[in-house]
Design a protein around this ligand. Structure first.
Ligand SMILES: [Zn+2]
Ligand SMILES: [Zn+2]
Length: 158
């Protein structure tokens, strides 16, 4: 991990960003915090956290196996949060649209609009809609946090 950047891409140390959530010291206050912490959990293969933060109604009987497969076979490269609708806790639902970048043979995108629900005094991941991959222009900042232009970083021949 790059120094002073959390797995989730925030310019903060992991210990001060997602770690308090993954270690259950704090509960995410917003869907975005939960989404980011779940992305970090995917990066460090914390399956228990992923299960604990998924709404109980959405857990499959083989959830642990499915998640184990995903975390073992996926190399996550970066996260870009595009849009959030945190919603008021009183409304119960929140949405986060994000792109998670991962390496298969090529670099691929998981572009998803995730839905979260607030219940029993905590946010849960409910489900998500998968969206089309996003095209980036060559001159915009790369999504990986390198501060380089996309064409000179992950958009070039790496
Ligand atoms: Zn983080
Ligand atoms: Zn990059």
């Amino acid at each position: 991990m790059k120094q002073n950047i959390c797995y989730c891409g925030h310019h903060k140390k992991y210990e001060k960003c997602c770690y308090p959530f993954l270690s259950c010291k704090l509960k995410p206050e917003t869907p975005e915090q939960l989404m980011r912490s779940r992305y970090s959990a995917f990066c460090i293969k914390d399956i228990e956290y992923l299960i604990a933060t998924q709404h109980p109604s959405m857990r499959q009987h083989n959830e642990r196996d499915v998640l184990t497969q995903i975390v073992q076979n996926t190399q996550w490269l970066g996260l870009k949060v595009l849009k959030t609708r945190d919603g008021k806790i009183s409304h119960g639902f929140g949405f986060v649209e994000f792109i998670a970048f991962y390496k298969n043979i090529e670099i691929e995108q998981l572009h998803e609009n995730s839905k979260f629900v607030y219940e029993d005094q905590q946010w849960y991941y409910l489900d998500g809609v998968i969206l089309e991959p996003v095209k980036f222009s060559r001159n915009e900042q790369c999504w990986c946090g390198s501060n380089k232009k996309f064409k000179r970083c992950h958009g070039g021949n790496m």
